[in-house]
Design a protein around this ligand. Structure first.
Ligand code: URA
Ligand code: SF4
Length: 203
């Protein structure tokens, strides 16, 4: 993840969270309820990066509390990882949506919005300095590993992210929720296998 020093906001994790609450770096803040900053221990050894908050996350102000979050938390527990010991965050910190009657339809953040939000993720990585980073889905993987990263070819493979940090990319839980059987069960099994590998990163 390219992180020019002048771009990375300074201060402690809680200072960052307060500053991000007032972020206006891109237009997504305006229709959204609130910034959904990362959550978890500042000393977490494992940091997971998703895409962007959904409807439930926008209302509650916490990452991975909606349906995709439920699936992710179930998989983490099955893989022997305690969700509350991990730091969970997103590539983009505001919900993007299209109003449709009473509903808000999820929209994917574009490249400019992803780029505008990168300093927050860079600052979280810098302050937490995790041993292991997990990219959930292609948006997070390409933000962390570069635009040439292909999830279909490189899923589950360790990538060195820094001198003391190993990373891998796996399925995004929302992508699994959109699949049908039997692809869905197969992808869930791969997600579990990838998460189990976090117990044994390369030296
Ligand atoms: N919830 C999140 O917080 N992030 C995602 O990427 C998906 C659901
Ligand atoms: Fe700031 Fe990111 Fe929200 Fe855009 S999406 S306003 S860059 S926090």
């Amino acid at each position: 993840l390219a992180r020019p020093v002048d771009e990375v906001p300074q201060g402690s994790l809680s200072a960052l969270r307060r500053e991000a609450a007032g972020c206006r770096r891109c237009p997504l803040w305006r229709p959204a309820t609130q910034t959904v900053f990362g959550a978890g221990p500042a000393r977490a050894q494992v940091l997971l990066v998703g895409e962007q908050p959904g409807d439930r996350e926008d209302l509650e102000g916490k990452p991975f509390v909606g349906p995709a979050g439920q699936l992710l938390r179930k998989a983490l527990v099955e893989a022997g990882l305690a969700p509350q010991s991990l730091y969970l965050t997103n590539t983009v910190k505001h919900f993007k949506f299209q109003p449709r009657g009473k509903r808000r339809l999820h929209q994917r953040a574009n490249a400019a919005e992803q780029a505008a939000c990168r300093p927050w993720l860079a600052a979280e990585l810098d302050r937490i300095n995790p041993d292991i980073v997990v990219a959930l889905g292609a948006m997070a993987a390409q933000t962390l590993f570069g635009p040439g990263f292909r999830l279909t070819h490189q899923r589950g493979q360790w990538q060195r992210l820094g001198p003391h940090t190993q990373a891998l990319a796996t399925w995004h839980p929302s992508a699994i929720l959109r699949m049908r059987s039997p692809e869905r069960e197969a992808a869930y099994a791969q997600l579990l296998a990838d998460l189990r590998r976090l117990h044994d990163p390369p030296a």
